[in-house]
Write a protein that binds this ligand. Sequence first.
Ligand code: ZN
Length: 320
Amino acid sequence: MNLKTIIKSYQSDYNENSTHYILKCPECNREKLYVDKKEKLFICFRCGIKGGFVGLVRYLKNVSCEEAYRIINNNRRVDSKLEQETLHSLTHFWEKVEKRQKSKLVFLPDDCRPLSFYDNDGLLILNDYLEERELTKLHSYIFDLGYSQKMQRLIFPIYSGYELVGWQGRTIFPNVKPKMLNNLGLNKSDYLYNYDTVFDNGVKSLILSEGPIDCIKANGVMPAVALFGKTMSRKQFNDIITLSPDKLYIGLDFDAEKQAFEIARKFFCFIPEVYVLNIPEGRDLGDSSIEEIEGYIRCASVASVTQNLNLCLEGFLNAG
Ligand SMILES: [Zn+2]
């Protein structure tokens, strides 16, 4: 039996993308089991079970190892070549995982201090900036915000798996370029800002935004993550799918409407309802109030659901 047949017999209404099948995990029952189509390796991003093809069949069919071999081999005697292949691909898999984990240690700028440090220090320009953006002490506490006096930048630490993997520093002066500065070696497309918290709490609705401030503000309305830009990598896409929200709101800046629809389209058929927020010209989520963001969400609704349905239908018609 091949991979697809086994998966179909386990769950007929499975999801998939170009590289993975996405199944209900037999252990934790969440739709978080990812199966690599090519390598036939699997991992559940919720409970952590993982392994190769034989292991997958054992889990999906709830059978012994020998029985799993027999199923894969269509009742023929187990041959050791398959076993070796599985072992080989498993080793390959772990090598990949380990390579990813052996990243360099990252440090915040040496004079970065928590925002609370500047509370009574009369750094007027910083306090004005925070006030104007409606960034509060609670925000600064939850998101671990800091400020570097040397760089004159607000520092947004980036965490992945609760480890610091990088930071972005935003100038608080209107005409300083670049607006955003990253730590050296940060691969922005590997991460989503605020992902750990959203992942741990689970989501029904999610806002996908451009930058940290957008995300922090949007998070006051519903769980939000940020891309660190206007484009989305496959890793970021997979991480969002893993959250399996029912509704996704794409909230890029006014100037990125085209990219927003492009990103939205990628999620059609993976997330039931996908919307693009209509953010007014010259504005972004970061400089909007909670009430304004709630307004964008209300206004985004109707048009995009229809569009989503139409595009899905189109897809089916083209496929048929
Ligand atoms: Zn699981």
